[in-house]
Ligand binder design. Structure first.
Ligand SMILES: [Cu+2]
Length: 236
């Protein structure tokens, strides 16, 4: 393979990988964030990328300069060094400090996700091998294996649990990925900003049909939601 071909193949690979990330539902928290939680997660991601990219470029830049400047040349042997305690301390301490600085926004984002505000709609999400059951306790509505329906703009609080093994309720555009553990109730909240159909999937290997434990959430207007829940109450 010639060098030109190799570059072409590499570029094609990168373009395909970027396209897959862009179109796959799993990347939606980054490209289609639709809840305040998802926006927070995305902001945190970019902060982490910014800080780590700074050190990556700095370290690789220094490496490149060292390689070019001190390499062997005709009539000159390559430079050699061994150990420099002060330098090693500095280049360990600075990135460590950067991680400490980054832990601030990381903890505040976590706190934001975990503090459930006063909710407008309370639901229960129950994982089964291999489908999701949804309950609306206030309305006495329970169903399984069909899309969850929620009103746009309202604060939704969800209790997440499981009947059998560990599942995970993962809806990327909401920035939500919560384990559903048997014998334990986990809490999440979200407020969807746009009407639409959102997709997710069980994100914890839970058995042979794990790959088919899809999640669909239809986010509708309040009026549509009221109509839908009335119908559901009647068992339609
Ligand atoms: Cu599962």
């Amino acid at each position: 393979m010639t060098l030109g071909n190799r570059w072409r193949l590499l570029t094609l690979g990168l373009v395909l990988a970027a396209a897959a990330l862009w179109t796959a539902p799993a990347g939606a928290w980054l490209f289609d964030a639709v809840t305040p939680v998802a926006h927070e997660v995305r902001n945190l991601f970019w902060k982490a990328v910014g800080i780590t990219a700074f050190f990556f470029i700095l370290a690789e830049g220094i490496l490149l300069v060292a390689v070019l400047k001190f390499r062997a040349k005709p009539g000159r042997a390559p430079a050699k060094w061994h150990e420099n305690l002060r330098l090693e301390l500095v280049w360990t301490a600075i990135p460590a400090l950067a991680m400490v600085i980054l832990s601030g926004p990381a903890f505040s984002t976590m706190k934001y996700m975990e503090t459930i505000p006063k909710s407008d709609v309370q639901i229960e999400v129950v994982g089964h091998q291999w489908f999701w059951e949804y309950r609306y306790p206030k309305y006495g509505v329970v169903f399984a294996n069909e899309p969850l329906v929620l009103p746009v703009g309202k604060t939704i609080a969800a209790n997440v649990t499981s009947i059998d093994v560990i599942h995970s309720w993962f809806v990327p555009p909401f920035g939500i990925k919560m384990d559903a553990n048997p014998g334990r109730i986990n809490h999440v909240w979200f407020q969807v900003e746009k009407v639409g159909k959102y997709e997710g999937q069980c994100a914890e290997l839970c058995g042979v049909l794990h790959g088919q434990m899809f999640i669909t959430v239809n986010v509708v207007t309040s009026e549509e939601f009221d109509r839908w829940i009335e119908q559901k109450k009647k068992g339609v």
